[in-house]
Design a protein around this ligand. Structure first.
Ligand SMILES: [Zn+2]
Length: 367
């Protein structure tokens, strides 16, 4: 009996899933666009060398009805009409080629499969390594290299198909997740927390964007000046993400996991490292363990330096399956209060009346 339980617990600790699919690379915006098939190729190379126990999930195409949970039928038809056609510009920065509709549907379907496996306890946690990314995609508009909003549809799936009542989406991509915010800004079932460089593309994500109607308070934006690294990010997670998540008590944690805040990435001015992303992952693993039976699903967003992207994904996967244990609290303790105090104070002023837990956090950071 004891041996059986030990075996079961051992199995649980090792159950990290990945889902990726070559069809995602059917979306090819051209050599000059940073969001390119070479991103997944770099990740594939590092996966082949990764000495970690990972379960491979099979992706599937998302169905039209699933896409229409959050996108307009006309928009879904518009993307479908590009299949097999010559490349067309959907917006100033986003195109669709002959394989883009299938790639985008598979990217969404991969995320839904990851959520299904984690919510029904076949896996402890999972990482959907997909493209095109999703967090800029709006109800009826492609933008920022994104066609369908992968992470938002994963949340919708958890609620519509699996019956969950509360989902936390944490977005640590360099850029603000405007699409995800807008799709759920009036929905109190989804708590959206975004840490992003500001000002920067797409221009949204100010402190004062806090949700609307019944969703008021369930959007938390932490716009950061450039130059933030592992310690400052860890401090914000410790001082804002942890207490607010505990108060919200999600049944699933989703992550818009972009790696363009890495210090080598050409897109912005952040100073994160691969180990820093692993530490943020550990923070969310701890929260998921405490609050929601360890249910944690990461979805790839940006990350445009191939080696930094691959190294960061490897560090996160190694953490997810328990082969490493990074300590975000040690990083947070070493952060420079002069760098983080302004953001933490603004956040408390905007959100303290709604999230009382913010006013009870460690005072040393709030001057
Ligand atoms: Zn980004």
């Amino acid at each position: 009996m004891w041996a059986k339980r030990q075996q079961r617990e051992k199995t649980l600790t090792l159950c990290t899933g990945i889902v990726t699919d070559a069809r995602c690379n059917g979306h090819d915006p051209g050599q000059d666009v940073p969001e390119h098939p070479r991103r997944l190729a770099a990740i594939d190379q590092v996966l082949a060398r990764l000495n970690a126990s990972l379960v491979r999930l099979q992706a599937r195409e998302a169905r039209t009805a699933e896409l229409e949970w959050l996108h307009s039928p006309a928009y879904v038809r518009r993307i479908a009409a590009t299949a097999g056609q010559k490349p067309v510009a959907l917006s100033g920065d986003t195109m669709a080629g002959p394989g883009s509709d299938l790639a985008a549907r598979v990217a969404v379907g991969a995320c839904l499969e990851a959520v299904a496996a984690v919510v029904d306890n076949r896996l402890t946690n999972a990482f959907a390594l997909v493209r095109p990314p999703g967090h800029h995609a709006e109800f009826s508009r492609a933008m920022g290299y994104c066609l369908f909003n992968n992470v938002a549809l994963a949340a919708a799936f958890a609620m519509e198909a699996l019956g969950l009542k509360r989902v936390l989406i944490l977005d640590w991509d360099l850029h603000h997740g405007n699409g995800t915010q807008h799709l759920f800004e009036a929905d109190p079932r989804v708590l959206f927390i975004s840490v992003h460089q500001y000002p920067l593309y797409p221009g949204t994500g100010h402190f004062t964007e806090t949700g609307r109607g019944p969703g008021e308070g369930y959007t938390i934006n932490l716009p950061l000046p450039p130059g933030w690294g592992d310690g400052a990010y860890a401090a914000v997670f410790e001082q804002v993400v942890v207490p607010v998540a505990r108060a919200f008590c999600p049944q699933l944690i989703l992550v818009s996991a972009g790696f363009d805040a890495h210090h080598l990435d050409p897109m912005g001015g952040m100073e994160m490292s691969a180990d820093g992303f692993a530490a943020l992952t550990r923070c969310l693993m701890d929260l998921a363990g405490e609050l929601c039976s360890r249910r944690l699903v990461l979805v790839l967003e940006g990350g445009y330096h191939a080696q930094a992207l691959a190294d960061s994904v490897a560090a996160v996967l190694t953490e997810l399956c328990g082969a490493t244990t990074h300590c975000y609290r040690d990083l947070a303790a070493a952060a420079d209060p002069r760098q983080v105090n302004n953001v933490l104070t603004r956040c408390r002023h905007v959100h303290g009346h709604f999230w009382k837990a913010l006013t009870r956090t460690n005072r040393q950071w709030f001057g």
